[in-house]
Design a protein. Structure first.
Length: 141
């Protein structure tokens, strides 16, 4: 499916139940990320999950994404989400939001902040939504 086809499909209407479910998935992801619960986070993902980080090669598949999460050296203290928007259809949804993440590294425990935005693509699998793609930008660090 081309990018323009995905965009057109994301402009349709979602049901109120679907919006609530996607909002809950997004909130759970943030909670799991702050808690360092990579296994729980991966349970929200499609088998062919893709991560598109800024200034790095995309990661594709559960094994590659799990490896990145398991070997992370960043401790996330908090994530604040603003400007969340969700659009979609019965099969696919697009979520955009701005974030402010407070974090520290294994080498330096001084808390720092990162500001940016992210784009998620979710798709309906059986009767539940799963995260298929996460891409994010970094405005300031």
């Amino acid at each position: 499916m081309s990018g323009s086809a995905i965009y057109v499909r994301c402009m349709s209407e979602l049901t109120t139940d679907a919006l609530r479910e996607i909002e809950q998935i997004h909130s759970s992801w943030i909670e799991f990320e702050v808690a360092g619960e990579g296994h729980s986070l991966m349970a929200l993902c499609a088998d062919d999950i893709e991560l598109w980080p800024p200034d790095a090669q995309p990661l594709r598949g559960r094994a590659a994404v799990s490896a990145l999460i398991a070997h992370g050296t960043i401790r996330i203290h908090s994530i604040e989400i603003t400007n969340r928007r969700i659009q979609g259809s019965n099969e696919i949804a697009c979520l955009t939001a701005s974030y402010k993440t407070t974090f520290s590294s294994a080498e330096d425990s001084t808390p720092r902040q990162a500001l940016g935005s992210h784009l998620w693509i979710l798709r309906k699998r059986a009767s539940t939504w799963v995260v298929a793609l996460v891409s994010w930008s970094l405005w300031a660090q």
